[in-house]
Write a protein that binds this ligand. Structure first.
Ligand code: IMP
Length: 427
């Protein structure tokens, strides 16, 4: 048995979908534990591209049980669309199970996310506008009781919940945004049209998971977003509203931390960020542009161009500690093929101190000067390499240095989107 958590070590988009898909080959269960359709996981199988937002990346493996656990938030329209889209492409989805306790993203959550962002103007977070913040806000507020997946199984219960929710939401819409009220029947009808698609998947995923643990199954927990988007430990307030860190796998599924054997942190060979917020190694210049073009750095969910920069070794080492990492997956190494020299940030310099871990006081990250180490680039195409020894010595040296800075053993290196473009270090 093994329980492995896959976590983004940066600001999301690290290539977790591909890694999950590969590890799912040897897994019995893949579990999404937080977030919702704000995620965008791209998996390429035999040249065919699958873009998943909600459904775990393990779904492409027929025999893998895929769970969307209690800590996720689910948009019925998005779920139905993704489910139907996969079925049309020959993926059965028969092994998908969704927690009845997961909270439902309702049309008013999406609306509020957009209105709140507009109202913030220049100070906006740059959310995906998928209703993530508003649905988690309702979850924490508790009253009136928000809609959970169980409630979709009974239209009367759903109607009661929506009526109580809209009593408050309509006041908010009018007072803060001068927006017309939403109608209970319209909201209920809109949501209920999607329910038949996934009705039979709604169940008790927690007990299912306990049963699988008892059977000594191999379980992969698939994190969405990344460490620095964590509500508590990210670059607040420019974060998401859930817990992408490895500890979130316990909170989001109902298992204790002693069940987790391994934590694989996933980092690009450089850094990207979508939306607003601090980004010390950002290269808002031709270097960043080149990374964006070579790495096709445009959002899977929103299509927005991603901000690009050098690898932030300070953030990476911090992510390793925060997640209790046991292995490092370094992705998109091939994007750096053409660079003559490559920088890695090894310290934040602030007030006469060099910080090699991100300090809790976020002023340091905002104001610090970045201290870089310059490494020579390998300047050749590495996409055909299949073992670590195949890589040019300078590329090997880069990978080793990154692992050294992270203080985590290198587990794999990814050189492209395909399953075969992956080098495992322990094989
Ligand atoms: P939200 O999760 O939609 O509320 O967005 C909050 C912040 O997290 C914004 O900066 C988003 O761009 C960012 N974000 C949310 N999901 C992802 C993701 O899957 N990849 C990268 N950034 C994300």
């Amino acid at each position: 048995m093994s329980c492995k958590v896959i976590v983004g070590a940066q600001w999301g988009d690290e290539g977790k979908g591909k890694i999950t898909d590969i590890l799912a080959e040897r897994a019995d269960v893949v579990v999404r534990y937080q977030g919702g359709s704000n995620a965008g996981h791209t998996v390429v199988v035999k040249g065919e591209t699958f873009k998943l937002h909600l459904i775990p990346s393990g779904i492409l493996h027929e025999n893998v049980l895929c769970l969307m656990a209690d800590g996720t938030v689910i948009d019925p329209e998005c779920l139905a669309g993704e489910y139907n889209g996969l079925r049309e492409r020959g993926i059965s989805c028969s092994n998908l199970r969704i927690s009845g306790n997961a909270h439902v993203i309702m049309p008013y959550h999406r609306l509020l996310d957009g209105l709140q962002e507009e109202a913030r103007g220049a100070g906006s977070i740059g959310t995906t506008r998928r209703g993530i913040g508003p649905v988690y806000t309702d979850k924490v507020a508790r009253m009136p009781e928000p809609v959970r997946m169980w409630d979709l199984l009974d239209a009367d219960v759903l109607r009661q919940r929506v009526a109580l929710q809209l009593e408050q939401k309509n006041l908010l819409l009018a007072a803060l945004y001068n927006h017309p009220p939403m109608d209970v029947k319209e909201v209920v009808d809109e949501v209920m049209q999607y329910v038949p698609v996934f009705h039979d998947c709604i169940t008790d995923t927690r007990t299912l998971l306990y049963d699988k643990l008892a059977e000594e199954a191999n379980i992969v927990f698939e994190g969405a977003q990344g460490t620095f988007l964590d509500l508590d430990y990210g670059t607040y307030p420019f974060v998401t509203s859930s817990h992408p860190v490895a500890g979130g796998a316990c909170l989001g599924t109902g298992i204790g931390p002693t069940f987790i054997d391994d934590v694989l942190i996933v980092s690009k060979a450089y850094t990207t960020r979508v939306g607003a917020g601090v980004f010390p190694t950002e290269q808002d210049n031709p270097i960043g542009d080149l990374i964006r073009e070579r790495g096709k750095e445009y959002g899977t969910t929103t299509g927005r161009p991603r901000r690009c920069g050098w690898l932030d070794g300070v953030a990476l080492r911090t992510a390793a500690r925060m997640n209790g990492a046991t292995g490092l997956a370094l992705t998109l190494l091939d994007v750096l093929n053409t660079f003559e020299t490559i920088n890695i940030c090894v310290a934040y310099r602030h007030g006469g101190t060099d910080y090699t871990l991100v300090p809790a006081n976020d002023a340091v990250m905002h104001e610090a000067e970045t201290v870089y180490e310059e490494l020579p680039g390998w300047q050749e195409d590495i996409c055909a390499c299949r073992t670590f020894a195949d890589l040019p010595p300078l590329a090997q040296a880069y990978c080793r240095r990154v692992a050294e800075i992270a203080e985590v053993p290198l587990y794999l290196v990814s050189l492209g989107p395909g399953r075969e473009e992956t080098i495992f270090l322990n094989e």
